[in-house]
Design a protein around this ligand. Sequence first.
Ligand SMILES: [Zn+2]
Length: 419
Amino acid sequence: MTMGMKDSEQSVNQCRICKGPNLTLFLALGDQPHCNRFVTKELLNREEPRYPLDLYFCHDCKLMQLGYTVSPESMFKDYPYVSGTTATLPAHFHSLAKEIAQRFSLKPDDLVVDIGSNDGTFLKGFQAMQVKTLGVDPATAIVKMANEQGVETIEGFFSGDLGEGIARERGRAKVITAAGVFFHVEDLDSFVRGVKALLADDGVFMVQAIYLVDMLKQASYDNIYHEHLCYYSLGPLTHLFRRFQMEVFDVQRSPIHGGSILVYVRNAGKRSDPVLPSVKEMLAAEEREHIYDLKTYQEFAARVERNRGVLVDMLKDLKRQGKRIAAYGAPAKGNTLLNYCRIGTDILECATEKNRLKCDLYTPGMHIPVVFEEEVWNNPPDYYLLLPWNFQQELLEKERAFRAKGGKFIIPVPDPHIV
Ligand SMILES: [Zn+2]
C-alpha cells in the first residue's frame, strides 16, 4: 500500500493502549477506501486509495483495535459529518450537558472544553448553562460553521501540546468532554497528557464512546472503519487512565449510536466523592460476558460473515422480483457495510441524504450516487436499505407516509430483516 501513504500511515505491531506485542488478527473486512471520502463525478474513474480494515485483539489489556492507521489529516480535514443533522443527537447532547452542569455544580466562570466538538451541538447545551465554552475540532468547514454560530472553536487535533496551550491561555477546565472522538485518537498518550494538563485538579473528563459490548451483541460491524482505531469496553480504558494517575469514577450506558458508554474520569485522589459501584459492576459484567476472551471476537467475526451472506441474498432476491432498492442515508458506517458486502449500483439505484455536503457525490468504493432526499419523494423505491439503523426509531417515524403506502425498510443488523 503506497498510494496516498503518509508518515503516520502504518501497520501497528504494538497495542495502542498497553504497547504490548500480543495482538491477534480475528476479522478482515478487506481493503477499503476512507468511508468519508465521497467521490466527485470527475474522479469516478480514478482508483481510490484503499487501506486494510483488519481487527486485532490485544491479549494483555484486551483492547479491540484496527491494525492499520490512516493519516488523520487526510481523514478529518474535509469531514462531512454534522452532528446537528438528526434530531436525536442534539436532544441527547443538550440533556447530557444539563445533567453534567448540575451534577458537577458548574458556575458561570467555569470553562468547559469539548474535544471533537463538530458543529458545536454539545457546547450549545452548555452555553445555555452560562458557562464558558471552547471547542476543538480538526475539520475546517465545520469549525467555521461552529464559530459563525457563536460556538468558539479552535481548529486542530487535540494533543498534549494543545491541551497545555489552552490551559496557559484560558486557565484549566472544570469539565472536558470527548464524545464520539476517543476511538479516533491515534496517539492516546499525547491526548490523555493534554487532558491531564488542561483539566482542573478537581475537574471531570467525560468520554462518550460506542460500547463494544453492545456492538458485539448487535454484530454492528458497520461501526468499524478507518477513523475508529479503538473499540472500547471499560477494562482497557481503566488501564489507559491508570497510567496517567487518573481514575474512572462512574460509567453509564446510553442508547445513542446503537449503544454507548459515558465514562467519567478524574485525577486520582483529588475529589472526595467515592468511586461509584457502576464501575466495578461493569468490569465484572464484562468479565462474565467473556469480553476479555479472544473466542468472543472470533464468534463475532463468524457472525459478521454469516450476516453478509444473508443480506446479499435478500437484496439479490428482491432484485430478481423486480423491486427497486435505494440506500436510505449515506453515513460513514454504511460504506463499511456496502464495501464489505460489495453492494453496488446493480442493486442500489441511489443513496438518499439530507446532509447537502454529501449530495451529488458518490459513495466511496461502491460509487452509489448520493441524491438529496427530496429528489426521490415523487418516485420512491420499493425498499430502502437503512444504513443509519442506529437512528431507526426516529427515521421510521419520519417515513411513516412512505411506509403507509407499502414502502419497506431493510434493516441490516443485527440480523438482516425487513420492516
Ligand atoms: Zn493492549
